[in-house]
Design a protein. Structure first.
Length: 211
């Protein structure tokens, strides 16, 4: 808070990119040859910056964003430890929604300040866009890639630790891996070091800016 007024998400000044139109070449690029089937029991592997891997069992809706220390509100996937504010991630930036009957995942932008991008294309707010195995998602300037890990492969992984945010070691050269459940804050693992946003990004008064 500055002067008693809340400060929104850091505007990173990203260049506007064209919104996709059904049937256009841009849409065709998004809808690549990779599978869009997310089978029952599968795990969503989210690689952030090529150094951090989160394994998530999707639920009907997972919110991506930053925690709000003022209200205690916490997104399902908290990107605060990964320089979320510096990267232009909003408190409620985007959502992945799982349609179990159709065995598919949809990505939604939730009206974020700096945009949600799928394979380089900015998405219009509040509209679903089908996710495919290997897709690149960008929230503001934070880049992540999602992979569909089949149930058979997930079954070979060691069981999740008692603390959802506890990291699980993985043999090199694969990225470090953290098993989380939605609403759990990812732990610091591997070579990706969460930025000390408390010293760099918080406004005077000690509270983190609101989206």
């Amino acid at each position: 808070m500055l002067g008693g007024a809340p400060i929104g998400t850091r505007n990173i000044g990203s260049k506007e990119e064209p919104v996709d139109v059904p049937g256009s070449s841009v849409t065709n690029l998004i809808e690549g040859a990779a599978t869009d089937v997310f089978s029952s029991g599968a795990t969503l592997r989210i690689e952030i910056g090529g150094a951090e891997a989160l394994l998530v069992k999707p639920k009907s809706e997972m919110i991506f964003g930053r925690r709000d220390p003022a209200t205690g509100a916490m997104p399902d996937i908290d990107l605060t430890p990964f320089a979320g504010y510096r990267m232009g991630v909003s408190r409620r930036h985007a959502a992945i929604r799982y349609a179990e009957a159709e065995q598919r995942l949809d990505l939604w932008d939730l009206g974020s300040s700096n945009g949600t991008f799928l394979n380089g294309t900015r998405l219009p707010a509040q509209k679903p866009h089908k996710l495919r195995d290997g897709d690149e998602i960008r929230l503001g300037q934070m880049i992540m890639r999602v992979y569909f890990q089949p149930a058979a492969l997930s079954a070979t992984q060691p069981p999740a630790p008692s603390s959802p945010a506890q990291s699980m070691a993985e043999p090199p050269p694969s990225p470090s891996q953290t098993i989380i459940q939605p609403n759990a804050s990812p732990a610091k693992t591997g070579s990706l070091s969460p930025s000390s946003e408390s010293s760099k990004t918080q406004p005077e008064g000690g509270s983190e800016p609101k989206s």
